[in-house]
Design a protein around this ligand. Structure first.
Ligand code: XMP
Length: 524
């Protein structure tokens, strides 16, 4: 049977969530195999899965031990659905514990980290894979006896039951995590399960995902209205474009001009979203208010706090006014999966903790709005693919990260409009030159920092005493660590010449050659 909620019928794989931090990674890998999957709470009734017509079931890992009383169990009838089942980590323990004849015991030694998997028996799960694979483990219990009908198909140093199968019933179990990047060819192993064992068709695509999400958003929102704080960054832009596709003018986007934006940023947002996408866009021009509140403040933490607080005030004000005029019920946010610190669905109620999202943390509660987070299960690169599919331009989809407090953390010391204008002009030149030299999309971030010091220079016959601009250009994969990018000297020379010649108030440009750690990316 197929899922018919979308115009295209699709095979569905159910992932039962036992609270693993990797459940979403499993779903992501399944999407990478172009198969559609749905995550269900661990205790979902087998009848629900049957009604959905799932082609296969994956039991995720989880933090519990099957030996602990009250630890989560799937509906036993899941094993009677007549579809293949793959148990991963906690999932394999469940199979050993619940299917007759097997047993699980506390292992004297936790198996954690790398292991070498030796494939001992031919199995459809390992089709096309080499005989030895590096895999990644994380488990405490071990299987002592296999349930009836099962046999081992692969072993690691510490476990002779690292992979097991009951081929007749289509039941497979893996002691390691094939979904994590450290497990070599893990995705191929999952693909074998999905396509060869379950016989699922690999016809999932991003455009199909959009269709499905659009229907879901329409259903959730009904005739109500949605507010979204549009920052112009990738996440809020993609969320806006997706929700707009679903409900058009029922979505109102609010862009707060806090005076800490880049050159022409407000105009660009107005042009793209207001004109091109014909979105209901409200712009709150509040730069004077922000700068007034920030006057004389040079401590970075205080600056951040004031910026965050003022944003909430302004946003709250806009929302209160909007609510008087229309039935606004939702606050949309571009929260991505990595923003969701922990997704524990153990009680069947995924109670996720959200990282305090810069600027908007606490907003929905204060404003009595429900949250709408259509990107919650996606990873950054998937959000970019989604944005492209929705027609957002490359400059938005692939734009470099920009901090919530904007230029507030890039103009050091107390903020003032003339200094910010200098910074904006210098930064625009850097941006232009990074684009022109084809480096903008190759580095992680490239920006200017305004230093609150003046140095002596000479221009013509005149002695000058002006500000310093630092160039921060870094390479990184996740912003946790970073290194300064080796930009060709000629490009640096052009950037420096142009900034000093074209931006009055700057007579010196320096290059930051520090890595993170020990430095950070932003200077603050
Ligand atoms: P640091 O400076 O800590 O920055 O190395 C790591 C990454 O985070 C960005 N950043 C922020 N992003 N709100 C944000 O949304 C913020 O307050 C903020 N502060 C830093 C920074 O640009 C880099 O990509």
């Amino acid at each position: 049977m197929k899922d018919k909620t979308s115009s295209q019928t699709q095979d569905v794989i159910a992932v039962l969530d036992f609270g693993s931090q990797y459940t979403q990674v499993i779903a992501r890998r399944i999407r990478e195999c172009n198969v559609y999957s749905k995550i269900y709470p661990f205790n979902t009734k087998a009848s629900v899965l049957k009604k959905q017509g799932v082609k296969g079931v994956i039991l995720s890992g989880g933090p519990s031990s099957v030996l602990t009383k009250g630890s989560p169990r799937p509906d036993a009838k899941v094993f009677e659905l007549g579809v293949p089942v793959l148990g991963i980590c906690y999932g394999i323990q469940l199979m050993a514990h619940m299917l007759g004849g097997g047993s699980v015991a506390k292992s004297p030694q936790r198996e954690f980290g790398h292991g070498t998997l030796k494939i001992g028996k031919k199995s459809p799960l390992f089709e096309g894979l080499p005989k030895t694979l590096n895999v990644w483990n994380s488990h405490g219990d071990r299987i002592d006896t296999l349930p009836k009908g099962f046999s081992p198909i692969a072993a690691t140093e510490n476990s002779s039951f690292a992979a097991i199968e009951d081929r007749k019933r289509g039941f497979y179990g893996l002691q390691f995590h094939p979904e994590v990047a450290h497990s070599e060819l893990g995705i191929e192993l999952l693909r074998n399960f999905l396509c060869k064992i379950c016989g699922a068709e690999a016809n999932w695509s991003m455009s199909e995902y959009i269709e499905r999400k659009v229907e879901e958003i329409r259903e959730t929102v009904g005739k109500d209205r949605v507010i979204l704080g549009l920052s112009g960054g990738v996440d809020s832009s993609v969320a806006a474009a997706l929700i707009h596709r679903a409900i058009g003018k029922q979505l109102t986007c609010v862009f707060v001009d806090n005076g800490l934006c880049r050159l022409h940023e407000r105009e660009q947002v107005e042009k793209l979203y207001g004109d091109h996408f014909d979105l209901d866009l409200r712009v709150a021009r509040k730069s004077a208010l922000f700068l007034k509140k920030l006057k004389g403040v040079s401590d970075p933490e205080r600056k951040r706090k004031i910026i965050g607080r003022t944003f909430v005030e302004v946003f709250d004000d806009v929302v209160t006014k909007l609510k008087k005029k229309g039935n606004y019920r939702f606050l949309a946010q571009g929260t991505l999966y990595p923003d969701v610190i922990e997704s524990v669905a153990i009680d069947g109620n995924p109670a996720a903790l959200i990282k305090s999202h810069h600027n908007v943390g606490g907003l929905p509660k204060k404003m009595k709005l429900d949250l709408l987070e259509p990107l919650r299960e996606l990873f950054k690169d998937e959000v970019r693919a989604l944005g492209s599919e929705l027609g957002l331009p490359k400059e938005v989809v692939w734009r470099q990260p920009f901090p919530g407090p904007g230029l507030g953390v890039r103009m050091l010391g107390a903020l003032n409009k003339p200094g910010l204008d200098v910074l904006r002009k210098a930064d625009a030149i850097l941006h232009e030159e990074m684009m022109a030299s084809d480096l903008y999309y190759k580095v992680w971030q490239s920006f200017c920092v305004f230093l609150p010091v003046k140095t002596v220079g000479v221009m013509g016959d005149e002695r000058t005493y002006e500000n310093v601009i630092a160039l921060r250009i870094v390479e990184s994969v996740d912003a946790m660590t970073a290194d300064w990018a080796r930009v060709p000297n000629e490009v640096l020379r052009t950037i420096s010449n142009r900034i000093i010649n074209e931006v009055s108030g700057v007579n010196r440009v320096v290059l930051d050659i520090s890595s993170k750690p020990p430095s950070t990316i932003e200077w603050e």
